[in-house]
Ligand binder design. Structure first.
Ligand SMILES: [Zn+2]
Length: 165
């Protein structure tokens, strides 16, 4: 016997980041600032992330590319590595992402890549706290309650523990 199941989630869409509440607006602004600091000479795709911690502290991150391509890191993981390293007891509650090519921010929101989804989802799991995603573009902004929405049926520590010999 088989059962068909489905997974869905709702999210909010705004026409402009200026319609966001002050906290989220500040995060998008910080992510945009961070994008300008990106080191992306190979792709020309500059990404900025801003992580908000429970205390209100904002941590910026940017993509850092490398001539050995896999050695590069995305903005989201760059920011989260910073927060884990420097604020280990302060839990992330939201992350904003902005991206630009040359001097223009993208029209459409840019979502986190698969690697980053995996890392953000692990932060949610280990802290027992959802991390809101604020994906900003010039023409629209998408707000998602938690990263695990973007990673259904995720692989996580429970899979490892339950399958260890
Ligand atoms: Zn990524």
């Amino acid at each position: 016997m088989s059962t068909t199941k489905s997974i869905s989630f709702s999210y909010k869409e705004f026409d402009n980041y200026e319609e966001l509440g002050t906290d989220d607006y500040d995060m998008v602004y910080a992510a945009r600032e961070a994008a300008r600091n990106a080191y992306a000479p190979y792709s020309g795709f500059r990404v900025g992330a801003a992580v908000r911690l429970e205390s209100g502290v904002l941590i910026r991150g940017t993509n850092v590319e490398n001539a050995a391509f896999p050695s590069g890191i995305c903005a989201e993981r760059s920011a989260l590595s910073n927060s884990v390293s420097n604020h280990p007891d302060d839990k992330p509650v939201a992350i904003a992402i902005a991206a630009m090519t040359e001097e223009e921010f993208t029209d459409e929101p840019v979502p986190p890549c698969g690697n980053c989804r995996q890392v953000i989802a692990e932060e949610e799991l280990r802290n027992g706290k959802q991390i809101r995603l604020i994906l900003s573009g010039k023409k629209k902004v998408i707000v998602i309650d938690k990263c695990s929405n973007l990673l259904p049926l995720q692989f996580n520590k429970n899979n490892l523990i339950s399958n260890l010999p």
